[in-house]
Design a protein around this ligand. Structure first.
Ligand SMILES: Cc1cc2nc3c(=O)[nH]c(=O)nc-3n(C[C@H](O)[C@H](O)[C@H](O)COP(=O)(O)OP(=O)(O)OC[C@H]3O[C@@H](n4cnc5c(N)ncnc54)[C@H](O)[C@@H]3O)c2cc1C
Length: 401
């Protein structure tokens, strides 16, 4: 969250995606009066289409838990579905799929842990830091696919300090000391009962509906003209925030326009028969060296079986992609897959799918923070400010006092 609000006065929130909704919910809890304005649809990117075979998500399909997320869900009194544990995770290889944690990798890591930790600069990418440890092969075949699964971007595109902010204040002598510190930071977090990821009966829309229910009395129709009133929180994506602020805060608008987004497409499909290669697995990540648009496939019906009456797979792609291109790559990866046996499918494309956590974003955010120090009563909040996941947004709003 960039900037500060006066929580003793009325707050004007623009945008009722997950960021705006979680902020509004927190203000309600704190007893702060607020108005929530939404341009299109409450829930923003998150929505669930219910089909006879189970839910289809348009963006987030899970909420990854920590203690704050657990409190949030318990406070809402929402029954949840635990993701199945112990599912296999696969990485695609041309000559068959591999498990990400092979013996060869673990042996390599064991012997290289004592290696000198590279010096971190303001422009270090995640690849710069982990290449000496993992080598090119494992960066391409393991680290980048795993990061693509979260950030929609590869190790060389992602900014190290944005993903590991604690490394800004500390120096590490070896990879071992880095990992040890990282683990100790995680251990410091409050204990939690719900581990891993969760979803809900009826999918993520259930969470949105519950939040909507809490704040609906504060939702007002969007005024024709935007006026930047004191104590305004803009909870849209960076480019929409820039548009709103252009006439009032042109410097902030200019900086917001430096934040880049990755277009993304997601397609979910249902089948009676299973894709055998994905049996008992969470799904599969695909290294980009294989050239297709698909970044990964989530086996939704294996992760949350009680939500589904047929096998459900969600394919996540970089860029705006047609269903023909997705089917073509699926057929190439799984030659036995009969496209004609697909019972139902649904495609959703996002021009501003995910913000790119690159150096440009890092610099823009730091400069905006600096400008906003002099301008209390303006807040910017969304998946480009504090972290890409819903959990990061909950963490941020829960700590408002
Ligand atoms: C394919 C995909 C899969 C994902 N999977 C996961 C996952 O499994 N788990 C997870 O934690 N995260 C996941 N994410 C990320 C997560 O879905 C997003 O980070 C989150 O939904 C973004 O919420 P937001 O409120 O920041 O933005 P948005 O959802 O974009 O909401 C912004 C809102 O602002 C409104 N708005 C715009 N302009 C104005 C205006 N002028 N006035 C008023 N309102 C305005 C918009 O209409 C919109 O409703 C995924 C994202 C994608 C794309």
């Amino acid at each position: 969250m960039l900037g500060t609000l006066n929580l003793d006065q009325h707050v004007y929130i623009y945008g009722a995606g997950f960021a705006g909704l979680s902020l509004a919910y927190r203000l309600k809890k704190l007893g702060t009066p607020f108005t929530l304005y939404e341009k299109e649809k409450v829930g923003g990117k998150i929505s669930t289409k219910l089909t006879e075979y189970g839910p289809v998500e348009s963006a987030a399909s899970t909420l990854y838990m920590n203690a704050k997320a657990e409190n949030f869900i318990q406070e809402l009194g929402l029954p949840y579905l635990d993701a199945q544990k112990k599912l296999k995770r696969w990485i695609y290889k041309e000559d068959g799929m591999i498990s990400p944690f092979s013996l060869a990798l673990l042996t390599k890591l064991f012997f290289k842990m004592g290696k000198h930790f590279p010096s971190v600069t303001e422009s270090s990418s995640v690849e710069d830091i982990f290449l000496p440890l993992l080598g090119r092969k494992y960066v391409e075949e393991l680290l980048s696919p795993a990061l693509q699964g979260i950030y929609g971007a590869q190790a060389q595109e992602l900014h190290f300090l944005s993903l590991f902010p604690f490394a800004q204040e500390r120096k590490f002598s070896s990879y071992y000391s880095f990992i040890k510190f990282f683990k100790s930071e995680i251990k410091k977090e409050a204990a939690q009962k719900i581990k891993g990821s969760i979803s809900f009966k009826g999918g993520m829309q259930t969470l949105i509906n519950r939040l909507h229910e809490e704040v609906k009395d504060h939702i007002q129709p969007l005024p024709d003209n935007f006026i930047l009133k004191p104590n305004t929180a803009i909870c849209t994506n960076a480019s929409d925030a820039a548009q709103l602020l252009e006439a009032f805060e042109p410097e902030i608008a200019r900086l917001l326009n430096n934040i880049e987004y990755r277009p993304m497409t997601t397609m979910s499909f249902f089948m009676e028969e299973e894709i055998p290669e994905l049996n008992k697995s969470f799904g599969m990540l695909i290294p980009q060296k294989y050239g297709g648009p698909i970044l990964g496939i989530i086996h939704q019906s294996e992760v949350f079986p009680s939500n589904y009456s047929a096998h459900c797979y969600s394919v996540v792609c970089k860029g705006i992609v047609t269903e023909e291109a997705i089917f073509k790559e699926l057929k190439q990866k799984f030659p036995h897959l009969e496209i004609s046996n697909i019972l139902e499918h649904s495609l959703k494309a996002w021009e501003t799918g995910l913000p790119l956590y690159n150096e440009k974003r890092f610099k823009a955010i730091n400069q905006i923070k600096h400008v906003l120090e002099e301008k209390p009563g303006i807040v910017l909040f969304g998946n480009y400010t504090d972290g890409i996941s819903l959990r990061s947004m909950i963490e941020k709003t829960s700590s408002l006092k």
